[in-house]
Design a protein around this ligand. Structure first.
Ligand code: APR
Ligand code: PHB
Length: 419
């Protein structure tokens, strides 16, 4: 079946058919696939699974081991569009069973809180389900389908990306290998090789680094609230989130040069209590932390997201600060566009979707960048902030509390803009 689609695609595009004839013979250590995906994070796994279900063959190359990837703790708020993609990938069953559907979120400031009602303002909801579990489900789906993922690969190098015969070379267990393919997809995160393969003169980068980080703690305690609490306080931002009924995730804005070990569990809980409304801190159940880490905050975009037959998806192309939990969800919209574009190409011989990919993906990501930047700017204390700046934040929060229109804007963005 794979060969069938491959042949169909080649014969539909005369220039490619002609290039295909020039392709060197398979040498030892070289294999051929349709799509070579670099990175087995959520982007790479989701794309390879969706393509597989449409009969499009891929190989995923991953620098780390599967255990390492499943040890990463990331955000846990899924837009409805992402949940639909997981279902389309045949990996949504556990998410449906174990995820919590949230119809709203709490915003707190000045020792009080108000609710943004997603159901009322956006007729939608989000699902609380950890990204680690998303990744676990996608690995399981790939394994069940016999998907090819090569772990612990080194020295991944993308060659001839602007030709019709790109290839990816790498080493595994000291053995050099090469994959010949139609397309290379860079799903290899912010520090990957794919973005750097695109020459600097072709790319434009946009970046904002925030002068603080988030100290995150995971604890085996019941969540303090049934919905998330985003709290702005004079001492800095705090977030109360969760994974399940006995697993909570909390964050504190902190100086970026701090070390998680500078924070004892007691110091963390004391500070959290000072930053959230009393009504919540009175309910807070504390316990030993299972994980404690500090993450920097950054907004970053690179344009374009396509160079020849190399496509970028997810963190390889853009980063959002975590306020609003859009990292995984922006990756998902990229995958949505690229997946449909590849199906259009391999099934119908129509490269229109691939041509439009970068523009379409960027248009949505920029809007999500704006939302994440706005949430971050509204809720954090900035070291160089003047008294006037602070009053502006307070006034905006008061406006948000009282205006149904402002709440609708937040709700629409939070549940996810349409693809
Ligand atoms: N060769 C092979 N694999 C690589 C290379 C490389 N040179 N560089 C990075 N990788 C792998 C990483 O080890 C990682 O497993 O690419 C994967 C990228 O995964 P993520 O960083 O999770 O990125 P992505 O899949 O786009 O996910 C986007 O999920 O990880 C979060 O913060 C992220 O929320 C965002 C979303
Ligand atoms: C999380 O649960 O880890 C989380 C939730 C919401 C955010 C960021 C992180 O905005």
């Amino acid at each position: 079946m794979f060969e069938f689609y491959h042949m169909m695609a080649k014969s539909a595009i005369p220039e490619l058919r002609c290039f295909a004839r020039l392709r060197p013979h398979k040498s030892e250590g070289s294999v051929r696939t349709q799509v070579c995906i670099i990175g087995a994070g959520p982007s790479g796994l989701l794309l390879s699974q969706l393509l597989h279900l449409k009969g499009i063959e891929s190989i995923v190359l991953e620098r780390q081991t599967q255990e390492h990837i499943l040890g990463r703790i990331r955000a846990g708020v899924l837009e409805r569009g992402f949940v639909s993609l997981m279902h389309e990938a045949g990996a949504g069953a556990r998410l449906d069973k174990e995820g919590f559907v949230h119809d709203g979120t709490m915003i707190a400031y000045d020792n009080r809180s108000f609710r943004i009602d997603f159901a009322k303002h956006a007729k939608s909801s989000v699902t609380i389900y950890g990204q680690t579990e998303v990744t676990r489900d996608l690995f399981a789906a790939r394994a069940a389908a016999g998907g090819k993922i090569l772990f612990s690969v080194e020295d991944v190098t993308i060659e001839d990306a602007t030709s019709a015969t790109p290839s990816v070379s790498f080493a595994q267990a000291g053995q050099g290998q090469r994959i010949d393919c139609d397309y290379v997809v860079g799903c290899d995160g912010f520090h990957g090789v794919s973005r750097r393969t695109i020459p600097a003169e072709v790319r434009t980068e946009f970046e904002k680094v925030y002068p603080f980080g988030w100290l995150g703690v995971l604890s085996q305690t019941p969540p303090v609230s049934t919905e998330l609490i985003y709290a702005s306080s004079a001492r800095g931002f705090a977030l109360c989130s969760m994974r399940n009924e006995n697993l909570s995730r909390y964050y504190l804005q902190c100086p970026i040069d701090q070390n998680p070990d500078d924070w004892t569990d007691d110091a963390f809980w004391d500070e959290l209590k000072r930053r959230i409304p009393e009504a919540a801190s009175d309910q807070l159940i504390t316990g030993a932390s299972i994980e404690k880490s500090i993450a920097p905050l950054r907004s970053y975009m690179t344009e374009p997201m396509r160079w020849g037959n190399l496509f970028l998806c997810g963190d390889a192309a853009h980063i959002v600060p975590p306020t609003g939990a859009k990292g995984l969800n922006t990756a998902a919209s990229d995958i949505h566009y690229l997946y449909h574009a590849m199906v259009q190409f391999y099934h119908d011989g129509d490269a229109g979707g691939l041509e439009a990919y970068s523009q379409k993906a960027l248009a949505r990501v920029w809007k999500t960048e704006r939302f994440s930047w706005w949430m971050t700017s509204l809720l954090h204390r900035f070291p160089d902030q003047s008294a006037f700046d602070h009053r502006m934040q307070q006034a905006e929060l008061a406006f948000l509390e009282s205006s149904s229109g402002a709440q609708k804007v937040l709700a629409e963005n939070y549940v996810g803009l349409p693809y």
